[in-house]
Write a protein that binds this ligand. Structure first.
Ligand code: SF4
Length: 375
């Protein structure tokens, strides 16, 4: 079982909080498609050997690609891998790229899951975030997608916005539930270096929300979505039963994946590979048979820390018997830390799994970092 991630680095504008790798230079698209198809060809052995079950177009904004461009990429993949066992083909879309024709065409291409960057249903928030859609477009895009063949849709929301009141957050959660989508991802705003919001934070133009507000918003979200029939299967992700993101769930459980495109990461079971985070360098290297990625072999410590991090972010946690795969020093460290975390009721051990206790999910990151082993 394996997955493919394709990074489409094009955006028309830059959102104020975003640190994903992207470019607003649309002129580079032709060159990018050629380089991407070349990268697919170079990875023929992975594609021929592995059973590809999920494909995820992320970004950037994949919906900036035309139907022909998406078709070219998928046809090139089909030259090297069968789509017979493909269970999920996700495309991230921006609401203002959605039209009836676009949705019908991507459904014809085989896309069976959309991930839509809604973020908020308030125009004021969207303007402050420099999103290019408005609230009305967001509502309309969801409706158009549903009416034209998308039966599995995820929407993204952001909480912890310094200018968002609790009542506005409640309304965002209400509208998300009312939109009757199958999956909701909700992320707390973070101030990442290199973003406009990071500068604003440093200059005192924005401030982080107090921790109590973050906790209040998160707890409200969790309780409302649970009442609405969503399963809280990962710290930031909620889905209707059986409609968890297969691609991301595989990633969290350590399945191999091939990342294509500038800044994309891959995992082959033993090594992490990451592509250059610069579209010009990426295209130039691929078209001139030069190196476009770096690789590192994972040590026991890397694998343990990753195992803990990915496992504890999910609802089911990680299998305790898999700890046997690590060396005795790490096993001893884990066993001491587990005792300490159990004493504080931060984690629960049940039926061979270890997971974050229900009322401690808000401090997941700090529990994970306590479990981390440093050589
Ligand atoms: S949030 Fe999405 S649309 Fe906005 S700049 Fe980042 S990648 Fe582009």
């Amino acid at each position: 079982m394996a997955g493919i991630y394709i990074h489409v680095p094009f955006c028309y504008t830059r959102c104020s909080y975003c640190d994903f790798y992207k470019t607003t230079d649309q002129q580079l698209k032709d060159e990018y498609i050629k380089a991407l198809c070349k990268e697919i060809e170079l990875n023929y052995s992975f594609l021929l050997k592995e059973d590809i079950q999920t494909i995820y177009f992320g970004g950037g904004t994949p919906s900036t690609l035309s139907i022909d461009e998406l078709d070219t990429i998928l046809k090139t993949l089909k030259n090297y891998t069968s789509f017979e066992n493909l269970k999920e083909l996700t495309l991230e879309v921006n609401p203002d790229d959605v039209s009836t024709d676009y949705i019908k065409s991507i459904v014809d291409l085989g896309v069976n899951r959309l991930s839509m960057g809604i973020q908020s249903f308030f125009d004021g928030h969207l303007r402050k975030m420099n999103r290019r859609h408005n609230a009305e477009q967001a509502q309309k895009a969801i409706k158009v997608a549903k009416e034209n063949g998308i039966e599995n849709m995820s929407i993204d929301l952001i909480y912890g916005l310094p200018y968002m009141t609790f009542d506005e957050w409640k309304e965002n959660v209400r509208l998300a539930i009312e939109s009757d989508v199958q999956h909701i991802s909700a992320y707390h705003l973070t101030f990442e270096k290199g973003t406009l919001y990071y500068d604003y934070l440093k200059k005192g133009k924005l401030r982080e929300v107090p921790e109590e507000s973050s906790v209040e918003q998160f707890n409200y979200l969790v309780s409302k979505l649970k009442n609405a029939g969503f399963v809280h299967y990962e710290i930031s992700n909620f889905s209707k039963k059986g409609l968890e993101s297969k691609h991301n769930s595989n990633y969290w459980s350590g399945v191999k994946y091939l990342g294509l495109g500038p800044s994309a990461h891959s995992f082959d079971g033993n090594n992490r590979i990451w592509n250059v985070r610069d579209i010009r360098k990426y295209c130039h290297a691929l078209m001139n048979e030069q190196t476009y990625s770096e690789m590192e072999s994972l040590t026991d410590t890397d694998r343990y820390n990753e195992f803990i991090m990915l496992g504890l972010r999910t609802q089911i946690g990680f299998r305790l018997d898999l700890m046997e795969a690590f060396n005795s020093v790490i096993k001893q460290y884990f066993s001491n830390e587990l005792r300490h975390q159990l004493e504080q009721n931060n984690v629960t051990v049940d039926k061979g799994y270890c997971y974050i206790s229900e009322d401690k999910k808000m401090i997941t990151d700090s529990i994970i970092s306590d479990f981390f082993y440093v050589d």
